[in-house]
Structures are given as C-alpha cells and as structure tokens.
Design a protein around this ligand. Sequence first.
Ligand code: CA
Length: 223
Amino acid sequence: MRVLLVEDDRMIGDSLRESLRAEGYAVDWVRDAEAAVAATGTERFDLLLLDLGLPRAGGLEVLRTLRARGDATPVIVLTARDGPGDRVAGLDAGADDYLVKPFDLDELLARMRALLRRHAGRAAPLLRHGGVTLDPATHQVTLQGRPVLLSAREYAVLELLLQRPGAVLSRAQIEDRLYGWGEEIESNAVSVYVHQLRKKLGADFIRSMRGVGYFLAPGGDAG
Ligand code: CA
C-alpha cells in the first residue's frame, strides 16, 4: 500500500515515515502543498496523510484541488488545530477522517486500515481467499488455519493480490504499490516474492498470465 505523507514538520514526518514503513507501507513524503498537488497529479496513492498547517498554501487547498479533480483517494487530515471549526472545514473539504496532534500511532494505523477497508468496499477486517487468511491489523497470515511466516515484501504482495482476488496485477503495478520514491527495485524482485509465496501457500495459489501479470487462482474464500 502506497501512502503520501504531506507534513512540513521534519521530526513528525521522519518518525511517521519510519513507523509506517515498519508497518509495511510504501511511504512518499512531501513537505508543502505544491509538492502534494504535483505528486497526486502524477502518481496514484492508496491513502493520503495530510497536515493542515503547511507553509504558504495549506492542507485544505490540497484537499480541495484533489477533490475538484475528481480524485477520490482516501484522506486522513492530521492537524494541530483542534477547534471544531477546523475539523468541520477538513471534512467538508473532502477529508475522510481526521486526527488531532499529538495522536497515538496505533490509533492512526487502525484508522488507516478502517479507511482502506471502507474504500475497498469491504466490511470484514480479514482478507480471505482459498484457505488463506490475512489480518491487516496483526499482519498474521494463515493457511488452512496454520500460521505462515512471510517477509515484509512477501506479505505486501500477498495483501495486494488478496485485495482484488479477480484482478490480474502486472509486475509494474505491484512494484508501484511496493516501493516509494528513491527505493531501489531489483529487476526480478516481484517474481522472487511470488516464487516464495508459492512455496509457502501452494504452487497453484498464485497464477501467472504470461506477459500480463499475476492473479489468484479462483477458489473463493472457502477453507
Ligand atoms: Ca504543519
């Protein structure tokens, strides 16, 4: 999952980026409204964390620009302002949720998961397919009820595929969700992760469509 963090405070930005990366998110960080508007114009993010108090144009401007473009990317507003007026303005400008600084990291992570779930049209917190269950809150993966140990990247690839069980994802699409700007991508990394996942979840669990990409074997959520 790829997150754009819009935050001008270096300390908050640094610590949030580290914490989110540790949770397996690919994080791109920009420090002002112009950069945020530019980034969202060229890249697709799964979620935006948007500070309202930015230098020059504020976060509300970013939000209005985004929504005016028809961009429905989920947005959580992070704000030091805690007057009800600011929260109302944020929500009315198109934010999906807000947190007042200082906030609890666990609460932010839970709100991010809830928002991503709602945005994907899913009510259940667990992702299931063909005997495999993934819990985004604990990062626990099981196969037929037995725990499976995955690396952070293997987990991220599996989560992507489980989010859209019917879809074929190209290598480029997977790389795009897995890596932030400036992160080195090994040319065959995705096929290595898929290979590992097949070893752990069964050779048939992830299918390849030659020259197109990867998809989950049909099998519904039985098991
Ligand atoms: Ca700020």
